[in-house]
Design a protein around this ligand. Structure first.
Ligand SMILES: Cc1cc2nc3c(=O)[nH]c(=O)nc-3n(C[C@H](O)[C@H](O)[C@H](O)COP(=O)(O)OP(=O)(O)OC[C@H]3O[C@@H](n4cnc5c(N)ncnc54)[C@H](O)[C@@H]3O)c2cc1C
Length: 444
């Protein structure tokens, strides 16, 4: 079992407490200035759930607003997982709201499900719930519906703003709790301030990036349908990053309007401001990126993410477990360790489909000359005569290779099914949660 330490529990409790306080703030505001409206307990509860649903939805914008300080205690993965799961909570509250409000007369109110038949202040609530429902379904079923990521991203933003804005309108018009103008304005400002954060990601960030262009100075083909783009800042100092972090990359003459995609740095953090990103061809953007030529313009928003060797400065060594191009951030961490002259023992378990398509084979072999590094290749389809590990990374394989004794930092990066299996196996093998860091390449 993965063992959370007291520090993990305290940090998690503090963050969850802060989140709960912020989400409950609108209700606390209403409690501080209660309105006299004569509703019974179930009506009060229904209203509270409605306000809570709106508050949670509004706060979703802060989780994805790319504040560097939001991710550190848990990692970007968990923040996005929380973002997904808490949507279900908001949806549950939004659906319970009319059920409790109408109570025994619910059957008679069912025609409101057809919003055109409802008074407009109620129709607003129905539309808000529909927007939230559509948002949740298109996110949970995106891959099955074959919705392209970019189209989904725009739809997601639109539905989110719609759900909150129309929901706020519904609360003001239909809710007698907001009869006091002061409470109404305070509540409105609080809720819409969070929603405004979408402008930060979609407009303010790209606009601010215009002053910081980057140039692609080299394009290196890699094994397994990938290229490494070497970037240098153009007329500015670039930024420092921690090995293991990632940035959002836009290719083209302007950061505005272009599609931006997240990629881990694969170069040493000691080589900054020059950075390298390794891009595997899987879809439209990454396929186009393979045709990038030196001299082309690029834009980087970053660094982000909390997976880094620098989170474990006192470790006795590190264990990296990666699948395919998930090796990129691990390579960055190993290159950084080599540049720092690190003398500790490190293990890298790299799972790939075939030997010829195994990325970073040569750089890893070169790193073994500079580091106390053991590399274990695990091949799904090994060539004839292969005597190394084969198949998938599972608990027995990890048990065979994991170092005994000492405290190691563990980093896992690869396709989701592999990560789920590895994280579970590491937990069963007794790796504490605090010694484990992972990065998922599919946020949605
Ligand atoms: C933190 C992080 C680090 C990553 N590091 C690397 C790396 O070092 N090397 C590498 O090859 N890949 C990396 N990826 C994955 C890479 O971002 C996707 O492969 C790429 O965005 C796919 O875009 P596409 O249009 O080519 O393919 P699509 O077919 O459009 O997308 C394939 C999948 O990639 C994800 N994706 C697509 N667009 C985006 C986007 N704009 N934002 C977020 N996710 C998106 C979605 O899950 C989608 O289902 C990383 C992803 C994340 C989240």
């Amino acid at each position: 079992m993965t063992v959370p330490t007291a520090r993990d529990v305290t940090r998690a409790a503090l963050w969850m407490g802060l989140y709960a306080l912020l989400a409950l703030f609108p209700l606390l505001l209403l409690l501080a200035a209660p309105a006299r409206w004569g509703g019974g307990f179930s009506e009060e509860l229904a209203s509270a759930l409605g306000f809570l649903a709106l508050s949670i939805m509004a706060m979703q914008f802060v989780l994805t607003a790319r504040f560097q300080w939001v991710a550190p205690p848990f990692g970007t993965d968990l923040v996005y997982a929380f973002h997904r799961h808490v949507t279900a909570v908001a949806l549950g509250f939004a659906l319970l709201h009319p059920v409790l409000l109408f109570g025994s007369s619910l059957r008679g109110a069912l025609h409101y499900l057809w919003p055109w038949a409802a008074p407009w202040e109620i129709a607003a609530g129905v539309w808000s719930t529909y927007a939230l429902l559509a948002l949740a379904l298109t996110s949970w079923l995106r891959k099955r519906l074959r919705l392209p990521y970019e189209a989904w991203r725009w739809l997601h933003g639109l539905l989110a703003v719609l759900a909150v804005a129309v929901g706020v309108w519904h609360a003001i018009q239909a809710g007698r709790l907001l009869s006091s103008p002061v409470v109404r304005w305070l509540w409105l400002a609080w809720t819409l301030a969070w929603v405004g954060l979408i402008v930060r990601v979609r407009l303010v960030k790209p606009l601010s990036l215009r002053a910081y262009p980057w140039t692609v100075v080299e394009v290196r083909p890699e094994r397994g349908d990938a290229v490494t783009l070497v970037l240098e800042p153009e007329g500015h100092d670039g930024f420092r990053f921690r090995a293991g972090q990632f940035a959002w990359l836009t290719l083209g003459p302007s950061p505005l309007g272009g599609a931006e995609h997240p990629f881990s740095f694969s170069s040493s953090s000691q080589a900054a401001p020059r950075v390298e990103l390794t891009v595997k061809a899987v879809g439209d953007f990454t396929r186009a990126a393979q045709r990038t030529r030196p001299g082309q313009r690029a834009w980087l928003d970053g660094p982000y993410g909390s997976m880094s060797i620098d989170s474990f400065p006192d470790a006795d060594g590190h264990v990296f477990i990666a699948g395919g191009v998930g090796a990129a951030p691990c390579l960055s961490m190993l290159r950084t360790l080599a540049d720092r002259g690190d003398r500790r023992h490190h293990l890298f378990i790299l799972a790939t489909s075939e030997w010829d398509r195994t990325p970073f084979r040569e750089p890893l072999a070169a790193l073994q000359e500079r580091l106390d590094l053991q590399v274990v290749h695990v091949l799904e389809r090994p060539p004839p005569g292969w005597t190394g590990e084969r198949g998938l990374v599972d608990e027995p394989l990890l048990d065979r290779w994991l170092p005994r004794g000492g405290r190691y930092g563990h980093f896992v990066c690869g396709p989701s099914p592999m990560m789920d299996a590895v994280e579970t196996a590491l937990g069963r093998l007794g790796v504490p949660l605090s010694d484990l860091h992972s990065e998922r390449f599919d946020l949605v």
